[in-house]
Structure formats: structure tokens, C-alpha cells
Ligand binder design. Sequence first.
Ligand code: ADP
Length: 414
Amino acid sequence: MTTTTTTPEGIRPVTATRVLVLNSGSSSVKYQLLDMRDRSRLAVGLVERIGEETSRLVHTPPAGGAGKREQTGPIADHGAALKAVAAELAADGLGLDSPELAVIGHRVVHGGQKFTAPTLVTEEVMAEIERLVPVAPLHNPANISGIRTAQALRPDLPQVAVFDTAFHTTMPEYAARYAIDVATADAHRIRRYGFHGTSHAYVSRETARLLGRAPEDTNVIVLHLGNGASASAVRGGRCVDTSMGLTPLEGLVMGTRSGDIDPAVTFHLMRVAGMSADEIDVLLNKKSGMVGLCGDNDMREITRRMGEGDRQARLAFDIYIHRLKKYIGAYYAILGRVDAVAFTAGVGENAAAVREAAVDGLEELGLAVDGGLNAVRADEPRLISPAYARVAVAVVPTDEELEIATQAYALVTG
Ligand code: ADP
């Protein structure tokens, strides 16, 4: 297939159909190489503990799980990590120097208000991502480093940034603003941005497809329940509200994050417990949520403990579900008409007990789950509501890498 691609140098014809997707965290890089002709995965992998003595690279080649390769040993930085990834890909005949590689798509966590769509990386774009570091101090520096490393490896290739916040930029001003002094908020770019946007976009569209409807005519409440968790209200394919805010801390109870909390808890801890801002940051982001409530953040372990009558695990589960219900109710009210509630990510796709409990008692809202359908395990999008239910309840596996690849490839091939 011959197509054209937009590079920093201009438009040129290429026969390239591959996309490398990079998700660079502070000490990790996740990657996938996809062929956009059939959206197949040519390689998948992960480098973790970058900067430590015990860095680890796990690479799964096209053949799949059986051919999985693993190496451990120090990998100093993102540059070294990407070079190690490039070597693994080359060993499978998929080297990054291949003319078949069309674009590298990067997950970038914070795009602020400016980036509303996937964006070809230029120096101005890099400067803007850099300007957003104060609102995403953990994430954007790692994303910048991933892009710089990829640019050094293939300076001729277009790099596309796909922002976690982009899908949420359609939120109306009254949903995005906090009710605080406007001048202070504007001076410090304090507003609700939302995250997991690539997943919410993909899942809301796939849910409409599952229902056989056009996304423009479909209203969906998306519940992205992973270790991080967020809900969104999507009206006709556009996000009108989401549960995460200035940072991913707001909203649902998560694996290690508290979600919604009275902000006065922060000053109380400063004044009464003598904690610093950094200590409270760690408390609320890393030591709260399910791990803070019961010592475990893995829903498999929590439900297993509940089965043994563990009351702490039960209470943590009940708090998790209570918050989830509040958001389902809130987003129902905001949307007015709901066509589907879609569960996704690690917990949403796998924890039948969470799905059942979250809609339990909501029959008056047209919501119900069929026990038999809910118990089925599958990788495909599926309905779990009974035929009589007015609102569809669905399990829709998310695929952020495919969505990033699709958006990046579409941008460079027009
Ligand atoms: P993230 O991308 O935020 O790290 P994931 O979407 O991969 O998270 O979700 C990870 C979480 O999914 C785990 O912490 C665990 O709670 C949950 N999970 C994974 N598999 C199962 C399962 N089979 N049953 C219940 N929960 C599961």
C-alpha cells in the first residue's frame, strides 16, 4: 500500500504501515509495534525500573507468549531503554531503521487546554509540553524524555503526541472550572483537565459500535476501573464531564489514591499532624484508596479476602462501590438520557463482583446486570444487561495503544 506521510520536512510518499507506540513513565517504558494494515501487534514489551541496578526488559515478539524474552541488568535512562528495545525489535527483523515504520506515537499525559487532538511534535509543541510540567510533575518530564530519545534514534521520522487530556477538552466551562477565585485559578492553570482520555474515547466509541449505533447519537457513562480509575459522561461522542481533575487524584476510589476528599483534610494534616505538602501528596496518591483502606490494591485479592469473611476488605469494597454509584448517578443526571454504562480496564473488565454491585438497586434507572452474562469471561466487547433493561450495561476492553496508533497514523497519512 502506498500512501503519503507528513514529516517535519514535508509530505513524501511512503509504503510504511507500522506504528511504534511509546508510553514513557518516570521509570518505565511500555511499547507496542503495530501494523496498521490489519491493526495487528508485531511486538509488545516493557522496560521497568529504569535507572536502577535491576532494570528489566520483557519483550514479546510476533510469535506471541512462547517466544517471550527477558533481560535484567542496569538500564541507566530512557535513551538506553529505547536502544535496548530497538535491539530486541531488530533481532525479530523489525528494526526501527525499517522504512516500513511510518510514525512513532507517544502517550503524553498532560496537554493542558491547548492540545485538543493528536499533534505532530515540533519544537513549539515540546516547549508547550514543558510549560505544563508544573501541573504534571511526575508524568510530562518522562514523556518529554521519551520523545527526545525517539527523535534522536529516528530524526527523520514524524513523532506524534497523543494526550490523555485531549478527549476531555470538550467539557463545558461549568464542568471544568473549580468554584475558587477565578484570578488565582487562571494564574496557576487550576482547572479540571481529566485523564485516561484515550481510553474514554476508544471505549465510548466501541460501546456505540456494540449497540449498533452512531457515536454521535449515543450517550455513554464510561467507567475506567484500573489501578487508576476514572468515570466520564460522554454525550454524542463528546466528553461532558469526567471524574479526574487538575491531577489524577480526584474522583473515584482507586488502588492507591483517595479520590474525592474534603480539601480541608490537607490543611488539617499540615496543622495537626505536622505533615509537609510532599508527605500528604504521597499519602493521598500512594498510600490511600484500597491499599490505605485494607492493605491490598488488587481487586482479586480483595474479593478473595471478602469471601473469607474479612471485614476490612469488605468495608474497602463497599466504600469503592459507594463512590462508583455516586458517579453513575451524577452522570446519569448530567446526561439526562443514558444509552449504556460501559466497564473497562483491569477491574472493570475482570471483576464481575464490582460490576454487579455498582448497578445493584438501580433498576428504577433502567440499569440491571444479568448474572449469567456477567460471569462470562471474554476479550470481546459484550453486553451484560438483561434484554428487558432500558439501559445497556457493557464490558468493553480498552486498548489505549491501538487508539494511539490509530490517531498517530491517521494524522501522518491524512
Ligand atoms: P493500570 O493500567 O491503571 O495499572 P489496569 O487497568 O491494568 O491498571 O488494572 C490493574 C488492576 O486490575 C489490578 O490492580 C487489579 O485490581 C485488577 N484486576 C486485574 N485482573 C483482575 C481479575 N481477574 N479480577 C479482578 N481484578 C483484576
